[in-house]
Design a binder for this molecule. Structure first.
Ligand code: CTP
Length: 449
């Protein structure tokens, strides 16, 4: 029996795919089709795939040409599959001519004629009208946004607003196609969605305004600093039928997502302890907003939502006790340590703007632990470690650019596909973060050191 294998994304299945699969099947007796999984696609820079992996598998199945469908998860898998399934022919479209010659060592490589005039990219572009985004708050964070949005298809940054028109103008100068608005009314008219990167204390006001104008809203983390406000803005988004998302870049990082999914699947047993720290020594300019108590400066507000993310995602939102310890200076916390006790787990985090500490993430379980070195909030590498060191595993990933592209891609994907929530940072997790920020602000559970 002659076995053939081929791989692809098969997004928005089209005639080109069908022809290719038919030709591949005709090369032998048994056809295996490898469909790329969503995170593998993201890792290799395909950020705009419209159908999720299950839909794409179903689409390939519906052609009737595949005798077996497998999922392609990692670089180098093709060689493993060819040996594992005892493959005679590796077939792929002629757009890949020469790229897979290295597989000749393992089986015959055949480049099949590609169907002209059609591709998933073309279909995606045809069916997508760019989501027009406007930026509110054009400071340091927002400046990275346009170049990151550039690599995500289906989105165009078209407008900028800042109470300081010079800041908006500086941002607009850096990228073509951005108009500066001094009137928020005109700004909202020009956009479908809004990215809010203004100072923390203005988020609540702008989110409400943006949602009331019927705009999908992506707001920098921390979304708001109060649980009731968080509940209110999410309810308002639902009411207005728009999507509200907290922009926590770690939540959308492919490697971090993979880590969370693996831990939840039990690879280290039950999670008993999560320790996460993050420090960013910033002693040069104390006049910055980050050090201003009147602008919600300080370590907790600035950095807290990053370590809270793995804690809340792995242990849930129902912690039993919360203890916070802060070293204060001129009204802001230069350093805060938090301890959250759950029914079956204990978690802690450390954040510092004025204290330097090792910034790693350690998740301890009943069978082993996960070690993610700094900068774990931009995860590109982690290890699973066990008593028997032979079982240890290392995982390497790609982290592109400033990493905002992953959250922008998810935001746009939710808008285009009419999803009003993302599993990467769920509404209740975002509300729980706001509640912890509120408890910190109320100083109720806080001990000053
Ligand atoms: N293919 C083909 N003819 C086309 C498009 C794709 O023969 N017009 C082949 C590819 O060469 C590959 C397989 O179909 O062997 C799956 O390709 P995939 O990357 O999923 O499809 P594209 O339409 O090329 O997707 P994209 O535009 O996202 O690159």
């Amino acid at each position: 029996m002659k076995k053939v294998i081929t791989y692809g994304t098969y997004d928005l299945l089209h005639q080109g795919h069908i022809n290719l699969l038919r030709r591949a099947k005709e090369l032998g007796d048994y056809l295996i089709v490898g469909v790329t999984n969503d995170s593998f696609d993201r890792e290799r820079g395909k950020l705009n795939v419209r159908n999720n992996v299950l839909d794409r598998v179903e689409a390939v199945k519906s052609t009737g040409f595949a005798d077996q469908i497998i999922i392609e998860d990692y670089v180098g898998q093709k060689i493993d599959d060819i040996q594992k399934y005892d493959i005679d022919i590796f077939a792929i479209g002629s757009d890949w001519e020469g790229k897979f010659d290295y597989l000749n060592e393992f089986c015959q490589v055949v480049y099949l004629p590609r169907t002209e005039g059609i591709s998933s990219t073309m279909l995606r572009n045809e069916t997508t009208i760019d989501v027009r985004i406007g930026i509110i708050g054009c400071g340091r964070v927002a400046r990275r946004f346009p170049s990151e949005a550039d690599v995500v298809s289906g989105v165009k940054v078209v407008a900028a607003y800042d109470i300081d028109p010079d800041a908006a103008a500086a941002l607009a100068d850096s990228t073509s196609g951005i108009t500066v608005y001094t009137d928020l009314h005109d700004f909202y008219k020009a956009v479908d969605a809004v990215y809010i990167a203004s100072p923390h204390l203005t988020h609540y006001y702008y989110i409400k305004q943006s949602i009331s104008e019927g705009k999908h809203t992506l707001c920098e983390t921390p979304l708001v600093l109060n649980a009731d406000q968080a509940k209110e803005v999410y309810a308002l988004a639902k009411e207005n039928n728009v999507f509200l998302m907290e922009a926590n870049k770690t939540a959308h990082c492919p490697a971090f997502n993979h880590l969370i999914v693996m831990i939840k699947s039990g690879v280290i047993g039950d999670v008993v302890d999560v320790e996460a720290s993050l420090s960013k020594l910033w002693d040069d300019d104390k006049t910055l907003r980050e050090f201003d108590p009147l602008q919600a400066g300080g370590s907790m507000y600035e950095l807290g939502s990053y370590p809270l993310l793995p804690i809340l995602k792995l242990c849930g939102i129902h912690y039993e006790t919360l203890h916070l310890y802060s070293r204060m200076e001129d009204g802001v916390d230069m350093y805060t340590k938090g301890v959250l006790q759950f029914p079956n787990a204990i978690c802690s985090f450390k954040v510092g703007l004025g204290v330097k500490t090792e910034g790693n993430l350690i998740i301890s379980g009943t069978k082993g632990y996960a070690y993610v070195p700094a900068p774990w909030w931009k995860t590109d590498y982690f290890e699973l470690r066990y008593e028997d060191q032979n079982q240890n595993k290392k995982f390497y990933y790609k982290w592109d650019g400033a990493g905002l592209r992953y959250e922008i891609q998810e935001f746009i994907s939710c808008i285009v596909n009419h999803r009003q929530s993302t599993a990467r940072l769920k509404m209740h997790e975002s509300i729980a973060m706001a509640e912890i920020m509120q408890k910190f602000g109320e100083r109720k559970y806080l001990i000053e050191i």
